[in-house]
Design a protein around this ligand. Structure first.
Ligand SMILES: [Ca+2]
Length: 323
């Protein structure tokens, strides 16, 4: 990692916000943008506002970019195709659009947590990968990890970093970061294609039942892809759509009515009194998901002790350090 890190530092580019020649604006401090980071002007402006890094790489090699504080519309319009998903009796009406304010900027990991990083935390973790990805498995997303273990991993990452803490994203943080300022079904626009993300790309979006599945382009490879195999979203985040579902911190419940600030979901398991297992949120769809499930607003919920799935992983967030 040392060579990579030194190379990364050597390639650091400097971006200067604020135009000194403009006169009325104070020339801001330089904001360093690592060569690996693809960030938008609003992210650079937020970093400048806080005198904070717009992107950082921790000692474990995990990379994060700054996400601005903002108000956005969480959920989807009733006209959005595929909104009810393929299981309308279970999934309907849980994407009610509402205004959500995230009051403080935060960092999001640019890719799903990888096998390579997770192995430093839990070398005994048993996961199954087919032989054809053996050579690159360390760069695949970690999966088959239950919710509590994902959270423990986040806490452990914090013990390896004297300056920052880490945790799972809230569901609102996840959707906001996924949208990256967009209001379309996907951060890439109105639809998605096999060139954009890892998912069940035999099916098109919007779904048309009168059309047969698309022909396979070569043999089906029913597995994860190496992280960052596709272009990132406008805020430099990779695989927010597809590859593996991503655990969020929240319990699942339908959105409460009205606007919200820094929502964290129900404080306790809302299903406990009904003698049903609680459900934690997962987002973004996985390599085996239909395209409707990759939409920015799509909500899926899993029992938090589910650890056997090869298409459920996670990525971490890190709060902006207090000054
Ligand atoms: Ca993903």
């Amino acid at each position: 990692m040392g060579i990579v890190k030194r190379a990364s530092i050597a390639l650091v580019l400097l971006a200067f916000l604020g135009v000194a020649a403009c006169g009325k604006d104070e020339p801001g401090p330089a904001v360093e943008i690592p060569s690996w980071a693809k960030v938008a002007p609003e992210q650079i402006a937020e970093a400048k506002k806080h005198g904070a890094a717009v992107a950082f790489e921790n000692d474990l090699g995990m990379r994060f970019v700054l996400i601005p504080a903002e108000t956005f519309t969480m959920g989807s319009p009733s006209t959005e195709a595929g909104r009810e998903g393929p299981f309308p009796e279970r999934e309907s009406s849980n994407e009610t659009p509402h205004r959500v304010t995230l009051s403080r900027a935060f960092y999001v990991q640019i890719n799903e947590a990888t096998v390579g990083t997770f192995a430093k935390f839990a070398p005994q973790h048993r996961y199954a990968y087919p032989a054809d990805v053996t050579n690159e498995v360390l760069e695949h997303p970690i999966s088959q990890v239950d919710w509590a273990t994902a959270r423990s991993f986040a806490a452990w990452v914090g013990t390896q970093d004297a300056k920052r803490t880490y945790r799972l994203p809230t569901e609102a943080e996840w959707e906001y970061a996924c949208r990256a300022g967009t209001a379309t079904p996907f951060s890439f626009g109105a639809t998605i294609s096999a060139a954009k993300a890892a998912y069940e790309d035999q099916y098109s979006y919007p779904h048309d039942e009168s059309q047969p599945p698309l022909p396979l382009d070569g043999p089906r490879r029913p597995w994860t892809k190496r992280v960052r195999s596709y272009e990132p979203n406008p805020w430099g985040l990779y695989d927010m759509h597809g590859n593996v579902w991503e655990w969020c911190a929240d319990w699942y419940q339908r959105y409460p009515p009205g606007p919200a600030t820094d929502p964290t979901g129900p404080p306790t398991d809302p299903w406990a009194s009904r003698q049903r297992p609680g459900l934690r949120i997962t987002r973004g769809g996985g390599y085996g998901s239909h395209p409707e499930m990759l939409r920015s607003a799509y909500r899926k919920h899993w029992h938090p002790k589910v650890a056997g799935s090869t298409d459920v992983g996670f990525r971490l967030v890190s709060p902006l350090p207090e000054k």
